[in-house]
Design a protein around this ligand. Structure first.
Ligand SMILES: [Zn+2]
Length: 99
């Protein structure tokens, strides 16, 4: 088993997303199964990315639109937690009920 040097997510020549082959089944690596839902039939036709060895990764009709388009320019956008500020509720400072 070859050890691929971990050089980060370097987009080499193609601007396709590179899939991690360890997360795919053999059928998915061979392009015989959808890379998302692992469905083998109908055979996935949409190339959605590539493997480090430049093999194609495919997705079925259902899953392909859900994946990021290979040619799309993705702007790194931070999704800040915009769920509103936590309601700081002042705790009543202890009722002075001392007998
Ligand atoms: Zn699928």
């Amino acid at each position: 088993m070859k050890s691929t040097p971990a050089r980060g997510m370097g987009m080499g020549r193609a601007d396709e997303p590179t899939f991690d082959p360890t997360t795919l089944t053999t059928a998915q690596r061979d392009g015989e199964a959808c890379a998302v839902c692992r469905k083998k039939w109908p055979r996935p036709r949409h190339r959605v990315g590539r493997l480090p060895d430049s093999s194609g990764v495919f997705a079925c009709d259902d899953c392909a639109p859900a994946l990021p388009a290979p040619r799309a320019k993705r702007a790194p956008r931070e999704t800040a937690t915009n769920a509103g500020a936590p309601a700081a509720r002042p705790v009543p400072a202890g009722a002075t009920v001392s007998g």
